[in-house]
Design a protein around this ligand. Structure first.
Ligand code: SAH
Ligand code: SF4
Ligand code: F3S
Length: 514
């Protein structure tokens, strides 16, 4: 959609809602259905809109769509990050209000939504595999609605591939179109043609969408949407649009609501949470200010993800050092230990600047665990440059790291770079990196042996239902035997044995020892 069309659509929608307010009439957006397909456009997405983002508080499901799902079931499969998981909670909330029930069985579902991720090629391959798997199901049950949403649907090549090769898909909608799900689904149910609505340009902020949270003691809270960093390898700024911060009062109200409902842990979400507040034109307010207010809310644990080193400021460090419900875990993606590679990645910091920042944080939060993200095999990465990443791992002594092989993403600057590093070299580097990361993790975990830690009990262990699992404030996974009634509670666990990726322990009455 180009700028003019987008404006037209926005004006049209705003016109409708203000008319509604005056006349008290029922909303009818049906005339704005996008019937002609306008492909999502990565170039267009890069042009950050200058116009202000408006916040809409008047989301509601039109009355005639509230009963559409009666007697029908839905299934949402989520492939992406926490933000994607959280979007799925919103979609589930909308579908429940439309009368649908949820199911985990594919064969029972009347609506299947694939909430996709575009971050690496293998994430996309998984989704295309699943789209293929659904073809025979759709043949046997023509009433089944198959929808594709999430980050992949923001890519033109993906939408075209589905249009050409996967005609059994009924509905494609983008990350800025979630609030339009009722209308889009109604259209998909009553139309024979594929319904496609993907806005290339970032949307506004839609508050008050219904939400079916997966957990009743851990909750995600979006604090901002989008990313303006444009790291050269990354597709996210294109699939999620420009940075838009939610109003602090809306975030704080949501956190208070979760606290009132007994939630024990919240995670503040954004692609680059440290840029929070920069776009709030009427106030000088950042993540540090927000955390300082959330700190005072009666909820035992507050996490946040993901941080970009560039925007991690002193005020935030000062606030985090106050502790309390702000937990001792910092996830600070570095991506590479070599300053030249960092420059090519457009990360906008050098190795030295990163280390300096990390040291400052460690000094202020001496008990904090540190984790990071690493990409190996960036175009033309030399052996020496890779070794700088290995040496940074050792220097930083990370508790753990998410490590990835670089995956070219169409439309990003890095995808245009020539690359002389063969895949087997990249795979070998990943293995060597993982060996170093695991060694450090095992050693750091060893230090927990004999200590008593506070654990939020999350549920049964995946491997053994007789064992419970939970996490420490520092985000270490702990397995132990205990009462199922403790799920959702904070308890003390004494660590008996450290493993590379987890800790074993036993429940104890003794208070926590730091
Ligand atoms: N907003 C987060 C990143 C989200 S993506 C941040 O900036 O930290 C999570 C991780 O995926 C990134 O930190 C990066 O390590 C990895 N990643 C992103 N794009 C990638 C690509 N094209 N190939 C391989 N890994 C990638
Ligand atoms: Fe991607 Fe960089 Fe934005 Fe993270 S900060 S989402 S890696 S562009
Ligand atoms: Fe994937 Fe989109 Fe998240 S690309 S990592 S689902 S923001």
């Amino acid at each position: 959609m180009n700028e003019e069309q987008r404006k037209e659509q926005t004006q049209a929608m705003e016109g409708t809602s203000s008319a509604d307010k005056k006349s008290g009439q029922k909303k009818d957006y049906s005339q704005y259905f996008q019937t002609t397909y306008i492909p999502p456009d990565l170039k267009q997405a890069k042009k950050r809109g200058k116009e202000d983002v408006s916040v809409h508080y008047d989301f509601e499901i039109p009355e005639d769509m509230q009963g559409i799902g009666k007697g029908k079931k839905f299934l949402i499969r989520t492939y992406g990050c926490q933000m994607n998981e959280h979007d799925s909670e919103n979609m589930a909330g909308i579908l429940l209000q439309m009368g649908f029930e949820s199911t985990s069985l594919t064969e029972e579902a009347d609506v299947i939504l694939l909430n996709t991720c575009a971050i690496r090629e293998n994430a996309e391959n998984k989704v295309f595999g699943e789209i293929g798997n659904l073809k025979p199901m759709k043949r046997d049950n023509p009433g089944l609605i198959v929808g594709v949403c999430g980050c992949m649907s923001q890519e033109e090549s993906v939408v075209n591939r589905i249009l050409q090769k996967h005609q059994h898909v009924d509905l494609i909608f983008g990350t800025h179109n979630i609030h339009r799900l009722p209308e889009l689904l109604k259209n998909a149910i009553f139309n024979k043609e594929m319904v496609v609505e993907v806005w290339s340009k970032e949307g506004d902020i839609i508050e008050n969408m219904p939400r079916a949270r997966k957990g009743h003691f851990q909750g995600w809270v979006n604090i901002m949407y989008g990313c303006d960093k444009f790291c050269t390898y990354c597709i996210v700024p294109y699939t999620r649009g420009k940075e838009r911060s939610r109003r602090p009062e809306d975030i704080i109200e949501e956190v208070r609501h979760l606290a009132r409902n007994g939630y024990k842990e919240i995670t503040l979400l954004g692609q680059n949470v440290n840029a929070y507040g920069k776009d709030l034109a009427d106030m000088d307010y950042g993540l540090g200010d927000l955390m300082d207010e959330i700190r005072k809310i009666d909820i035992p644990r507050v996490r946040f993800t993901t941080s970009h080193p560039r925007d991690f400021d002193d005020h935030l460090i000062e606030v985090l050092a106050k502790g309390g419900n702000l937990v001792e875990h910092i996830h600070l993606p570095v991506q590479s230990g070599n300053s030249e590679v960092l420059k090519l990645m457009a990360r906008k910091y050098t190795r030295e600047q990163y280390v300096e920042l990390a040291e400052k944080i460690k000094k202020a939060m001496p008990h904090a665990s540190f984790t990071t993200d690493i990409i190996v095999g960036f175009p033309n990465e030399t052996e020496e440059q890779f070794e700088d990443t290995l040496s940074l791992m050792k220097e930083m002594d990370y508790d753990s790291a998410y490590t990835y092989i670089y995956s070219p993403r169409e439309g990003t600057p890095a995808a245009k770079m020539e690359d002389n590093v063969p895949m087997d070299v990249k795979k070998d580097r990943l293995q060597r990196l993982n060996a170093v990361v695991n060694d450090i993790s095992a050693r750091k975990n060893k230090a927990y042996e004999g200590k008593v830690v506070e654990v939020l009990v999350e549920g049964e262990s995946k491997k053994n239902p007789d064992v419970l699992m939970g996490r420490t404030r520092t985000n270490k996974l702990v397995n132990f035997r205990g009462q199922k009634t403790s799920i959702g509670e904070l308890i003390n666990v004494k660590i008996t044995e450290a493993k590379t990726w987890s800790l074993d322990g036993e429940v104890t009455e003794t208070a926590e020892v730091k």
